[in-house]
Design a protein around this ligand. Structure first.
Ligand SMILES: [Zn+2]
Length: 896
């Protein structure tokens, strides 16, 4: 070795460290230039520095060793610069993708990704497949585009359920994958899961049960710009973790632990989950926040890669979730499930929290490493949901030929995790009419009100789902305007406990009287209450038929019920002067709040904001100590006055706070500071806004509060409908031909009757009269049937009677002379020639048709009827029948 060479080698030795860093620096710049991100490892000097750095760097799931202070990280140009200021050594991982899909898939058919499932789809194929699912299985599958990425790609969520276009009272489950664009195994596996559910529905009992009882939402790729980054945007060649703005989407969500909290917690003003360059959440994050706000996701999982484990909340605090045991159990169930189904003895066995929670394949998030702005914590805190993070493969970009194995290993675990959404405590909360109620469902002595672990029943469907570990609990149901209830329940693991609850209104029912009307008339109804009266046709209708005190029904044909409720409206409260001039705003304030008292629990529906530009705010309802009661993340799309929905259930308390818990940087909301202390307090109904936390000169941000009305139960008002009378009868003519007719009344809905028998003299008020006509004839019989309330009806029916062979008046019989008339004790019938007295029959009837005499004697060809002196005076009918001619005659005669 010569001296020159030795000197050269010494030189290299001396400078090797800095030379290597320079090389790394060049590599990093190249990576940042081409991909917008750099992937590297570093070792921190001490624990404090380590914790500080991992708060702004995006830590890979692959390599974290807190004890050795070593970590693998991703950075964008901004965060990499921040890291460089620490002057630490680092090693750039030069090739981010661990596998080039084209090396193996080039020999595959283009359909390999959806037939043998051992390749990745192009973006075009992915879009086509998602649309194919929706058009091929429209009865159980709908496709929603929830938003658009930075580069204009679609963010798809596919819903699978029976009656898929209806929101049913079923728990919602959400799978999404690859929000880290280079953690890809879950992407094709989710497409395959969709395919499995759709193609097996109707032939596989397990799939049928899942689809019929659950609303399953699946987003196979939450960051397509990251996955399809690189030279050819249609194929996966050089995927990145971040989105096209270089932002780690799993550090981009609102975070309850990392905000400038007004009281306690101190807060971290670095807002690392917030893109200060764009002054906005990333478009992908906004899309998911809006989608998740539109749903009531009960349980979900978010697929990643780089390691093989199930990670459960919290990521942003070492604290245990109140449902820690539940999370640990379902995570162990998943890990055990896939481990047992795998052919790789090391699959899903890593345990990063073994010292605290020893369970292979399962790790408590923060115990592994702390993440702020992650979606898991967002879902658990802001959406009162439950979400796991599942790392599917040590290799982030899993080679295509390993996808079928990973499907086989995870398939049953995918299905079993969905089943968990239907276990635990579930049921519905309704009012006394059976209408759904939005109520807080809290587990007494268990839920952490500061960490939003309680759930709310669905405002439109009333259903609620509270996933819980086995045990005995007391559940409290609270809704403003209703009496709270606390009910003991027993939870069994992997089974549902159903508890339906009816809450009684605290507002008294309105008073209203039943009514009785006649058919086809209207009813004039009235009710009395203290508020606005709504009238409904059905007890559970949502739209009233009338609002007001006096309701006139439509004409009714049958007895009908109406239901009237008393609605105590709550007037808006607060300052309405929201148009300030440019001087009166405060940007990015995290500690501005209004102080108010509430004397009766109410639902605060919404407030108005006046924004100077687009941005985000978290609005919190806090108690007098600044502890959280409820919170909402509000995305303001554009400048101007906005009404924003809060739906906060406000308890009875003094010195409550409505606070800006976080505002995006530079986001200016107009306050009103022209009040000079003169307008406080604002009192309306149960709310009194007393002050702001700064001074009475300022009114902060939240204008024109809308308070939901309080309702009574619905009082039933019965309208009894009395049918109109219908007159009708039948009749039978006595076959003896004595003029007697029996009438049978077949009228309906009448109380009294009046008969006119049509012979000028006969009438009756009997219900079913028997009447005897004196003479043969056809009579118009008129029946009038009367109801005392609803009037009368009349029917005329012709009745034909013969008396003897009445109706055939005989000329020769008419030649008979009968005398005297009036008579006293004796009548004589003088027969003309041609009559044989022995052929004749003589009957004498009284006026009611009763036979009173029929004997006679023959003398000198006359007939003599004697011994009539006992008959009472009056009109009689004499009937003479000739058996020879078959003719007869009736004469009216008078007894004196
Ligand atoms: Zn990830």
């Amino acid at each position: 070795m010569n001296r020159t060479l030795l000197a050269f080698l010494l030189l290299i030795l001396c400078f090797s460290s800095s030379y290597s860093q320079k090389t790394n620096f060049v590599k990093a710049q190249e990576s940042l230039d081409t991909n917008g991100e750099v992937n590297f490892t570093f070792k921190a000097d001490n624990q404090a520095q380590f914790q500080e750095i991992i708060q702004f760097l995006s830590i890979s799931h692959k390599h974290v060793d807190k004890n050795k202070l070593e970590v693998e990280a991703y950075a964008n140009p901004e965060t990499f610069n921040q890291f460089l200021q620490y002057g630490l050594d680092y090693e750039v991982i030069s090739s981010i993708p661990e596998f080039d899909p084209h090396k193996s898939s080039s020999t595959k058919s283009t359909q390999a990704w959806d037939t043998t499932w051992d390749a990745y789809p192009t973006y075009t194929e992915y879009v086509a497949k998602m649309n194919y699912f929706a058009t091929t299985y429209p009865s159980i599958c709908t496709l929603e585009t929830i938003g658009t990425t930075v580069n204009g790609r679609s963010l798809f969520v596919l819903k699978i359920s029976d009656n898929v276009s209806t929101d049913e009272a079923e728990p919602e489950f959400f799978y999404s994958s690859s929000m880290h664009g280079d953690e890809l195994a879950g992407f094709p596996l989710m497409i395959r899961l969709i395919d499995y559910l759709l193609t097996n529905y109707g032939s596989d009992a397990e799939v049928d049960n899942l689809v019929n009882t659950t609303e399953i939402f699946i987003c196979p790729n939450a960051n397509p710009d990251g996955s399809y980054d690189g030279g050819n945007s249609n194929i996966i060649s050089n995927p990145t973790r971040a989105n096209a703005n270089g932002q780690d989407l799993n550090r981009n969500y609102p975070d309850n632990q990392n905000i400038g909290r007004i009281n306690g917690n101190g807060g971290n003003t670095s807002r690392l989950h917030y893109d200060s360059t764009n002054n906005h959440y990333e478009p992908e994050t906004e899309a998911f926040i809006k989608f998740e706000e539109s749903r009531n996701i009960v349980l979900g999982a978010n697929f990643h890669g780089g390691v093989e484990l199930v990670n459960y909340p919290y990521d942003n605090t070492y604290n245990e979730h109140v449902d820690h045991d539940y999370f640990e159990r379902i995570s162990v169930e998943y890990a055990t499930n896939v481990h047992n189904d795998s052919t790789d003895p090391t699959y899903m066995m890593v345990d990063y929290d073994s010292g605290t929670y020893p369970s292979p394949g399962v790790t408590h998030g923060a115990t592994w490493y702390v993440v702020y702005g992650g979606r898991q914590d967002y879902m658990n805190f802001y959406r009162h949901s439950k979400e796991l993070t599942i790392e599917l493969s040590d290799t982030k970009f899993l080679p295509g030929n390993q996808l079928p194995d990973h499907w086989d290993w995870n398939k049953q675990a995918f299905l079993d995790l969905i089943k968990q959404a239907n276990y635990g405590l579930q049921g519905s909360v309704t009012d006394e009419s059976g209408n759904p109620l939005e109520a807080n469902v809290t587990i007494s002595g268990h839920d952490d009100m500061n960490l939003n672990t309680w759930v709310t029943s669905h405002s439109q469907l009333g259903d609620y789902y509270r996933l819980l570990e086995a045990g005995s609990y007391n559940v409290t149901y609270d809704a403003p305007g209703y009496t709270s209830q606390t009910i003991p329940v027993t939870i069994v693991n992997n089974a549902a406990t159903v508890q339906n609850v009816t809450l009684a209104a605290t507002t008294a029912d309105p008073t209203a009287s039943d009514a009785t009307i006649c058919e086809n008339s209207t009813a004039d109804l009235s009710a009395a209450g203290t508020g606005v009266l709504n009238w409904y046709s059905n007890v559970d209708d949502t739209v009233p038929v009338f609002t007001g005190t006096n309701y006139t029904s439509p004409a009714l044909t049958s007895t009908t019920s109406y239901f009237v409720e008393d609605v105590i409206t709550r007037p808006n409260v607060g300052e309405t002067g929201n148009t300030a001039n440019g001087g009166f705003f405060a940007g990015g304030e995290n500690d501005r709040y209004l102080i108010f008292d509430c004397t009766e629990s109410v639902l605060l529906k919404s407030v108005e904001l006046n924004a100077q530009q687009a941005g985000e705010i978290e609005i919190q309802l806090q108690n007098s100590a600044g502890n959280l009661i409820d919170s909402r993340v509000i995305i303001v799309e554009s400048a101007g006055i906005k009404e924003v929905t809060l739906d906060f259930i406000v308890p009875v308390a003094n010195d409550l706070r409505l606070a800006s818990a976080e505002m995006s940087t530079g986001f200016n909301l107009f306050r009103n500071n022209s009040l000079a202390g003169t307008n406080y307090p604002y009192t309306n109904g149960p709310i009194t806004i007393k002050n702001s936390n700064v001074s009475t000169d300022y009114y902060y941000f939240f204008y024109d509060w809308k308070i939901a009305p309080i309702k009574s139960a619905r009082e039933e008002v019965i309208v009894n409908v009395d049918p109109l009378p219908v007159a009708n009868f039948t009749h039978v003519v006595n076959p003896a031909d004595n003029g007697e007719v029996t009438f049978t009344n077949t009228s309906s809905d009448a109380d009294t009757y009046s008969w006119d028998f049509g012979d000028a003299s006969g009438s009756s008020t009997d219900t079913n009269p028997v009447y005897t006509y004196a003479a043969s004839g056809t009579y118009d019989v008129i029946l009038t049937s009367t109801d005392p309330l609803c009037g009368s009806d009349q029917v005329t029916i012709q009745v034909t009677v013969t008396v003897g062979t009445l109706g055939l008046e005989d000329d020769s019989l008419n030649t008979l002379r009968i005398y005297p008339n009036p008579f006293q004790s004796e009548l004589v019938i003088a027969l003309p020639g041609g009559f044989n007295p022995s052929d004749l029959k003589i009957d004498l009837f009284d006026i009611r048709g009763r036979l009173v005499h029929s004997a006679f004697e023959i003398a000198n060809n006359d007939l003599q009827i004697k011994n009539l002196n006992l008959l009472s005076a009056g009109t009689y009918l004499l009937k003479i029948m000739d058996s020879e001619s078959g003719q007869s005659l009736v004469r009216r005669i008078i007894k004196q």
